[in-house]
Design a protein around this ligand. Structure first.
Ligand SMILES: [Zn+2]
Length: 236
């Protein structure tokens, strides 16, 4: 079902994994599943930013200035915040990085951080989902209005059993109105521009594993992507 590129890393050596994927690609979901399967911590920059903002740290306050405007947090702040997170004990023996690095400056910074502790990025997983599918995924997203439930549906790809009603708790579903086709396409474009030479950089190191799902509209696409990675690793 998937057409992954070659992978050359050894299973026993895999500790640090970088997830790459456009917003709406399902990268976060895939990272969560993989973290559970490999028993590694899932380190999401979104979570780190939220923590820092909640704790009202200087870096959190700086970051929130950009996040509230919908702008990507600049490299220096992001790198600093990530560095603090990487210094914590739970990441000493590996981790799955979701949302970092997302620029070449961050790629280099991560290499430097890991070299200092005699480690490196062992595997990079790129989730390649066609732009038009991402647009449809985000545009047709419906969220359960019950905040404690928060289930997510897609009126096109993963509809609830009863239209407009949550399968799990029976609350009303609300559409996200803040996204337009144009704004989503713009976000995807910015994402690719920011990547710069990241993909090539990791490909040259022979640690890039690109996954192109044949059926990216499936709500199981992220799960299937993870399975293809695990299979590839285990078959070595
Ligand atoms: Zn619900």
């Amino acid at each position: 079902m998937y057409t992954p590129s070659q992978i050359f890393v050894k299973w026993e050596e895999i500790m640090y994994i970088v997830m790459i994927g456009a917003p709406g690609s399902g990268k976060g979901t895939a990272a969560k599943i993989l973290a559970k399967e490999l028993n590694l911590p899932h380190i999401s920059t979104g979570d780190i930013f939220r923590e820092q903002i909640k704790e009202n740290t200087n870096l959190g306050i700086e970051a929130s200035k950009y996040i509230s405007k919908g702008i990507l947090v600049p490299d220096d702040i992001t790198i600093e915040i990530f560095k603090n997170r990487l210094a914590k004990d739970d990441v000493k023996n590996g981790g799955i990085f979701d949302g970092f690095p997302r620029t070449m400056a961050q790629v280099k910074a991560l290499d430097e951080m890991l070299v200092k502790v005699n480690k490196k990025v062992d595997l990079v997983i790129e989730l390649k989902i066609p732009d038009d599918v991402i647009v449809q995924r985000i545009l047709n997203r419906e969220v359960c209005s019950n905040k404690e439930c928060g289930a997510i549906y897609n009126s096109k790809f993963k509809p609830s059993k009863v239209p407009g009603i949550c399968d799990i708790c029976g609350s009303k579903l609300v559409a996200r109105v803040d996204d337009t086709e144009e704004s989503i396409k713009k976000r995807i474009k910015i994402y690719y521009e920011n990547l710069g030479g990241m993909i090539e950089y990791y490909r040259e190191k022979n640690i890039l594993y690109s996954i192109v799902p044949e059926d990216p509209t499936s709500d199981k696409a992220s799960e299937q992507a993870v399975n293809s990675v695990l299979q590839k690793i285990n078959n070595r």
